[in-house]
Design a protein around this ligand. Structure first.
Ligand code: C5P
Length: 227
């Protein structure tokens, strides 16, 4: 069954305040988008749809050629929307007819290891459910009203959801077509349509680059080790 990965990279990067749309900010000599595509290039060869801000299509094509080399005919570049959900919808509209499994991935999770993609694809194909990579929650959680703590929250039944999130293509498209509100992530939208969602093991390296401190962390992780 054919797999496609939709990479959403159309965010503005306001919280990163690096002067460019987030996906086009450099980590080292390569951009956030380029690193995300490198991780995908090492996963099983699927269709890749890159969703970018208007005006950045050419830049995305250049990054795709660098990451995929001779396989860049697998790549489609489309323009995103105001919200992440609109950007995903734009990406879904560009899927080839024969795609059966679709993964939706944040470009901002630029260091996601290839084996996470493989786990998500395998579990979608095995179960027919939606699949999210998840990590245990490490922080102690409190429910608050303003600055006042109401109660501690038991974190045992909680996980942190990452991307890539995977779905049977037809079910995800129908869920998007039926969605009438904004959801936190694709798995929430999919679950709201009545479908089950499973978890597989995520990875700490899949953290989302959101703030300048996250960018520093990514830079540090990519720095060659010195003797
Ligand atoms: O803003 P946040 O970091 O949560 O965005 C997660 C991902 O969604 C990023 O990769 C970002 O580029 C993408 N996004 C998008 N279109 C939007 C907003 C976010 O593709 N309108």
């Amino acid at each position: 069954p054919r797999v496609a990965i939709v990479v959403v990279a159309a965010g503005s990067g306001t919280r990163l305040s690096a002067g460019a749309p987030k996906a086009f900010v450099g980590i080292d000599e390569h951009s956030i988008l380029r690193h995300a595509l490198d991780g995908i290039a090492a996963a099983p060869a699927p269709q890749v749809v890159i969703v970018v801000p208007r005006g950045r299509q050419g830049d995305a094509q250049t990054e795709a050629e660098a990451a995929f080399g001779g396989r860049s005919d697998l790549v489609s570049v489309v323009v995103g929307g105001q919200t992440r959900q609109q950007s995903v919808a734009a990406g879904l509209a560009a899927l080839w007819a024969d795609v059966e499994t679709v993964l939706v991935h944040d470009a901002a999770r630029a260091l996601t290891p290839p084996d996470v993609f493989e786990r998500v694809i395998a579990e979608v194909e095995r179960s027919g459910a939606g699949v999210v990579p998840a990590r245990p929650v490490v922080d102690t959680l409190k429910r608050v009203t303003g600055a006042v703590v109401d109660e501690a929250v038991d974190r045992a039944p909680l996980v942190a959801a990452q991307t890539p999130q995977g779905f049977p293509r037809a079910l995800l498209e129908a869920a998007y077509a039926a969605a009438t509100e904004e959801y936190t992530d694709d798995a929430a939208l999919f679950a709201a349509a009545g479908h089950p969602v499973h978890t597989v093991m995520g990875d700490d390296l899949s953290f989302k680059i959101t703030t300048p401190a996250d960018l520093d962390r990514a830079r540090h992780l990519l720095r060659p080790a010195t003797a």
